[in-house]
Design a protein around this ligand. Structure first.
Ligand code: BGC
Length: 449
């Protein structure tokens, strides 16, 4: 099998690269999506780190470096908060979830203005992994981001065992294997570097070993990785542990078992679902997850399978070349949940920068990104974004109330906010899946595959 349409593929690579560059904030932040109501004005550490990794792999050195500068500025502005978190954890009195670093920030580095499912550790692991990979890939001096790298090591080493929301901002009472995968990748990447020295390096090593042991002993069932500790289910994000995070050998029994199970249970007509009980926008298939599967297949030596993933993801583009967060394609897991989400937040996020970045990343892994793109010279790190005030930032953030944007919302982290998910036909825990009463916003149309 070859790529379905090489011209369209090349055009989509260029469109993706340009779109991400055009939408990147001058301060370095990558918006999750330019005009999707719930994401507008925000940069997630998770999305951003994978976007930067895709750009870095495509030779867009300056763009990726600017994002890592932004991350470093945010972390340095929150230095006092990180110190409080680590000191409390060492004293055996961990701070509450609300005091932890949020999953997303405004472009100027301030925390969110809206209620959100904010305590997520994976993005901090992902940034650590991605910035080291970027520095290695382009022979850059990691010292530029050294202080923030150190702070992140302290934060993760102190708190990695805590349950928190997952990649999909759900189930904050669980310890998620994809979250642990990001944390492990970040700690492993940072541990051997000169910017992480002495006792901090030992802590990073010890934490990485402990995370790895938990993944091996408690993060598997039936020969594959699982969604969270105690579950036997899968999650589409798990292929990331094989590639690009590389914390599970893609050709080991566990690596092969995980890909086989994902293909068996979550891959349908070329596209990958998040998980079988997904109800978000009805539960469609995600181009970015399909690209993650493609990366894992490529790492296993299955180039044809990886190309099939690239083809499918590329086929979800709108006529103007924009890639959505997910597609309907007549294959939603629970169609009854589509309209309530459209009513609440509008049509599916399109373009989603993370989708474009994963497309770029897979294309680069397949050597399909033009070598004509010369790395741009890296300028010295500019001044950090103004950032939040040091420790009061998260406490002062308004909007941490019962009401999310546009209607009633389960309270993040509160069991009283858990909807009757059996009746709702889907998710089984707290978080994004527990939307209760969508607002009466006007319906829109969705990008279809
Ligand atoms: C996804 C997150 C993502 C966010 C922004 C959410 O719908 O579940 O993984 O970080 O959108 O793209």
């Amino acid at each position: 099998m070859t790529i379905v349409n090489a011209h369209r593929h090349a055009a989509l690579v260029e469109h993706s690269r340009q779109l991400i560059k055009d939408l990147q904030d001058p301060g370095g932040a990558y918006p999750a999506s330019s005009d999707f109501s719930a994401y507008q004005g925000y940069c997630w550490f998770r999305d951003g780190s994978f976007i930067a990794d895709g750009m870095s792999a495509a030779g867009e050195v300056a763009s990726a470096s600017a994002f890592f500068d932004w991350c470093a500025g945010v972390l340095e502005a929150n230095r006092e908060r990180v110190c409080q978190v680590t000191a409390a954890a060492r004293a055996g009195q961990p701070l509450p979830d609300q005091a932890m670093l949020p999953a997303r920030f405004q472009f100027d580095g301030r925390p969110g203005q809206d209620d959100w499912w904010d305590f997520q550790l994976d993005g901090y692991g992902a940034w650590l992994w991605a910035v080291v990979a970027h520095a290695d890939r382009h022979r850059l001096d990691l010292a530029r981001w050294g202080e923030a790298v150190g702070l992140t090591v302290d934060y993760l080493a102190s708190s990695w065992e805590r349950p928190c929301y997952d990649w999909w901002e759900e189930h904050d009472d669980k310890v998620h294997i994809s979250t642990l995968g990001c944390v492990l990748a970040g700690l492993k990447a940072a541990a051997g570097r000169a910017v992480v020295a002495g006792e901090r390096a030992e802590r990073a090593q010890a934490a990485a070993q402990a995370v790895e042991a938990v993944i091996r002993r408690q993060g598997t069932a039936d020969g594959h990785l699982v969604k969270w500790i105690g579950s036997r289910e899968l999650d589409g994000s798990l292929s990331a542990l094989l590639a690009p995070l590389a914390v599970v050998d893609p050709n080991s029994e566990l690596g092969r078992g995980t890909v086989a199970a994902l293909e068996d249970q979550l891959l349908v007509e070329g596209g990958v679902y998040r998980f079988r009980a997904d109800t978000f926008f009805g539960g469609g298939r995600w181009p970015l997850l399909t690209c993650f599967l493609g990366l894992a297949r490529q790492a296993q030596g299955n180039r044809q399978g990886a190309l099939a993933c690239l083809d499918w993801a590329g086929g979800t583009a709108t006529p103007s070349g924009d890639l959505p967060e997910q597609v309907d394609g007549g294959l939603l897991l629970d169609r009854s949940w589509k309209q309530p989400w459209v009513d609440r937040w509008g049509p599916v996020a399109t373009p989603l920068l993370w989708s474009h970045a994963m497309y770029l990343r897979l294309a680069a892994a397949l050597d399909l990104v033009s070598a004509a793109d010369q790395p741009e010279p890296v300028s010295p790190r500019p001044p950090a974004p103004s950032g939040p005030p040091q420790s009061a930032a998260m406490d002062a953030a308004p909007g941490r109330s019962l009401m999310g944007r546009g209607g009633a919302m389960a309270v993040p982290g509160s069991s009283s906010g858990v909807a009757d998910t059996a009746a709702a036909g889907g998710g089984t825990g707290s978080g994004r899946s527990d939307q209760t009463a969508p607002s009466d916003r006007t319906a829109g149309t969705e990008a279809e595959s």
